[in-house]
Ligand binder design. Structure first.
Ligand SMILES: Cc1cc2nc3c(=O)[nH]c(=O)nc-3n(C[C@H](O)[C@H](O)[C@H](O)COP(=O)(O)O)c2cc1C
Length: 301
């Protein structure tokens, strides 16, 4: 019964609980994706994969701040050809895998999405949102571009398409983008990626990150992402996946109440270890009483 209470569906995909590994953390190898699934996650999202292997920016790539992490990785990834094999090893074991992709234009997104489908993913997440990658940073803030890419990919795809939006506090712009991608055929929207930020070393008198600026994740962004979901939930009918600072069961419950159908967890793994997925589910149970998690979705409205 407890297990049943945690089940959620995101469009046509049913997952055993609402915790999902976020893109970019432990998502580059089949072995790590399987480890996360064994540790209790309902599903896993791969690292964002591009057409070719990519090294990313020179370091430092990550810096800890008082209530979050700043990262400027520069989308290092093994490239699609190498990733296909990794995903296939996870699918052989039956886990739910979402393939995250990034490209420089529609044709690249379409090609990568097809490859992800061939590898057997359950859904494709379009990363329109990396705040620190050259050429990519504006796609998710531009309603027309976001619509064009989502529409182009979803038209040709049999797999559900999740569009992941940037950490964007310009609410009227975000709502416009969210409605555009819904119109374009997105099956779900992930909100949000990291929020732009930076750290400066007062003694060295220079930026800490190799790339100078980066993306902020963790507890610092939770109230901000929560509000974005609350607002977007009022305007779209497709499922929303929450992302930003989920550290414990109560955080997940808050996201569900705001309107998310599930949550992606990244930074929390570094705070609480890989079994955070199991812990979050355990900690959420007292809030459910005799209800299933699906009953909570959007009920703070
Ligand atoms: C080190 C690091 C790498 C990330 N890489 C990606 C990525 O490749 N693609 C992506 O869509 N998001 C990426 N993200 C963003 C996360 O998926 C997530 O949306 C964000 O960190 C907020 O969730 P959190 O506070 O639980 O980490 C990355 C985040 C971190 C901290």
């Amino acid at each position: 019964m407890t297990k049943e209470k945690l089940k959620v569906t995101i469009g046509t995909i049913e997952i055993k609980n609402p915790t999902i590994l976020a893109a970019g953390i432990l998502g580059q190898t089949g072995a790590n994706l399987k480890r996360v699934l064994r540790s209790g996650a309902g599903a896993v999202v791969t690292k964002s994969i591009g057409p070719k292997p990519r090294e990313g920016y020179s370091g430092p790539n990550i810096v800890q701040t008082p209530c979050g992490l700043l990262n400027a990785m520069g989308l290092p990834n093994p490239g699609m050809e190498n990733m296909v094999e990794e995903i296939e090893t996870v699918k052989e074991k039956g886990g739910t895998v979402i393939g995250s992709i990034f490209g420089e234009g529609l044709e690249e997104f379409k090609k990568l999405s097809r490859k992800m489908e061939e590898a057997g993913v359950d859904a494709v997440e379009l990363n329109l949102s990396c705040p620190h990658a050259k050429k990519l940073s504006t796609i998710g803030n531009d309603p027309e571009m976001a619509e064009r890419i989502t529409k182009g990919v979803s038209k040709e795809s049999d797999a559900p398409i999740w569009t992941k939006l940037p950490g964007n506090t310009n609410i009227s712009n975000l709502l416009e983008v969210a409605q555009s991608v819904q119109k374009a055929g997105a099956d779900a929207i992930t909100i949000a990626n990291t929020f732009p930020g930076m750290a400066i070393d007062a003694r060295a008198e220079r930026p800490v990150l190799g790339h100078e600026t980066g993306g902020l994740s963790g507890p610092a962004i939770k109230p901000i992402a929560l509000r974005l979901i609350y607002e977007v939930y009022k305007k779209v009918d497709i499922p929303i996946i929450g992302s930003g600072g989920v550290m414990n069961g109560e955080d997940m419950i808050e996201y569900l109440l705001a309107g998310a159908s599930a949550v992606e967890i990244g930074t929390g793994i570094m705070w609480r270890d890989i079994d955070i997925f199991e812990k979050v589910c355990e900690e959420a149970l007292p809030y459910l009483e005799d209800r299933s998690v699906t009953k909570l979705i959007g009920s703070a409205h």
